[in-house]
Design a protein around this ligand. Structure first.
Ligand SMILES: Nc1ncnc2c1ncn2[C@@H]1O[C@H](COP(=O)(O)OP(=O)(O)O)[C@@H](O)[C@H]1O
Ligand SMILES: CSC[C@H]1O[C@H](OP(=O)(O)O)[C@H](O)[C@@H]1O
Length: 395
């Protein structure tokens, strides 16, 4: 039976992924196709199908469980629908900054999209020291456009609530609630860290002022339906080179506080500020952070002038919204730094450091900076103060 004709979910393999591509008319029946499963993320299958080595297509399929753990961690395949819908909406608001979606199938939990293999995953490129001259401009624009145009500042309230419903994503949000906001701040089984970090982590687990601030950040993540977030905007969710930037993998998309995406992006750049030894190379990262915020806040402010909401004309309201997003983003980035160091899901920027002492030193810096950002976020009043804090903790 043709895979296109199936009436229930089944997980693909390299052979059936090829058959699906042909049945969906992406290739001729007699095409000489190559298919490889290239997924290196925590959750899904990703097939790259090419004909004679030319640019091909990507078929991404959600498994009914989290790939990184296995069938013992069931997970809704509805995340594929959310990812495809989010990519389509992001393409409208931030054209050219996401892969094109060619086809999606909610039953098979499949998204067929543009093959971006000509680009590099940003995390790998940054670790390699590659330059990304357009990154700040592109991500600042992506953040400003996707966040503003999906918010109440831009949308009719009925449309906004329709989106909130469509992008209700409880299972994926629960992963973030646990892995980003809760587990690393308690002695949880999911945590994963070198025993040498235990004394510092014990300090965290016993620090009730730290826990109170994380509780406030978690509350804001859970309760503030401000804009449609990407939901997992780390440097492994971005393809880039010197000229292009493409944001992938919005399966964690949902309505949340604007500062969350900004904070995750800043934190994942911060790992590079911590690990780079050369001062000039560190400063390159701090400049990307500064410029991203500047592009975001300037572009968001420009859009704001077009808003039909009467309150957006009230003096001080835009400044309030931006200041809250800024301070939230500092706090969220603190949580991301800590969870990527001691929680379940790690990053190559830290784990890939050769030499145990050097690696532990970087991880301690990441944990201490994370704590500072969470505790002192309300004292930060400019992006320069934020980058100065990062600079001081990463030398
Ligand atoms: N559009 C694409 N073009 C080329 N490669 C892709 C594309 N989407 C994903 N990949 C590859 O698959 C990997 C995992 O994709 P991702 O969407 O991050 O999956 P997961 O949701 O499991 O984290 C990426 O790191 C990248 O190597
Ligand atoms: C068990 S999911 C852990 C972690 O993985 C996700 O990232 P990705 O899909 O990019 O691999 C997300 O960050 C989750 O917190």
């Amino acid at each position: 039976m043709s895979i296109k004709a199936i009436s229930s979910y089944q997980s693909l393999n390299e052979q059936t992924a090829k058959e699906l591509a042909v049945n969906l008319n992406f290739f001729e029946e007699d095409a000489d196709l190559t298919c490889c499963e290239i997924g290196d993320g925590n959750l899904n299958l990703v097939f790259r199908i090419t004909e004679n080595g030319k640019k091909g297509i990507i078929i991404k399929q959600a498994l009914p469980y989290a790939k990184v753990v296995g069938e013992s961690w069931p997970l809704t395949v509805d995340r594929a629908r959310i990812e495809a819908d989010a990519l389509k909406l992001q393409e409208i608001h931030a054209p050219g900054l996401v892969p094109q979606v060619y086809h999606s199938d909610d039953l098979l939990a499949v998204t067929v999209m543009e093959d971006l293999s000509f680009l590099n995953i940003l995390r790998a490129g940054l670790i390699n020291g590659d330059p990304f001259p357009h990154l700040a401009e592109d991500i600042g624009t992506f953040l400003a456009n996707t966040l503003y145009f999906t918010s109440d500042y831009a949308l009719h309230p009925f449309k906004k609530k329709e989106y909130v419903k469509n992008f209700s994503n409880p299972e994926l949000c629960k992963i973030t609630e646990d892995l980003v906001f809760t587990d690393p701040f308690f002695n949880s089984e999911t945590n994963d860290f070198e025993e040498e970090l235990l004394p510092l982590l014990k300090e965290f687990w016993n620090d009730f002022s730290l826990k109170l601030e994380v509780a406030k950040l978690k509350k804001s993540f859970i309760t503030e339906s401000e804009a449609l977030l990407h939901g997992d905007l780390h440097t492994g969710s971005i393809f880039a080179d010197e000229k292009h930037t493409k944001v992938i993998d919005p399966e964690f998309a949902f309505y949340g506080p604007i500062g969350f995406d900004i904070g995750q992006f800043i934190a994942n750049l911060t790992f590079q500020a911590i690990t780079r030894e050369d001062i000039t190379r560190k400063e390159e990262i701090l400049l990307i952070i500064t410029d991203t915020w500047k592009v975001f806040s300037e572009t968001f402010s420009k859009h704001w002038q077009e808003s039909g909401d009467a309150y957006t004309k009230v003096r001080g309201y835009l400044e309030y919204v931006l200041n809250k997003a800024f301070q939230d983003s500092a706090g969220f980035s603190g949580c991301e730094l800590i969870r990527r160091t001691a929680g379940l899901a790690h990053v190559e920027d830290l784990d890939g450091i050769e030499g145990k002492e050097k690696r532990l030193d970087a991880k301690r810096k990441s944990l201490s900076l994370g704590r500072e950002l969470i505790l002192n976020r309300h004292k930060l009043s400019s992006i320069e103060e934020l980058t100065e804090l990062i600079r001081n903790h990463s030398s």
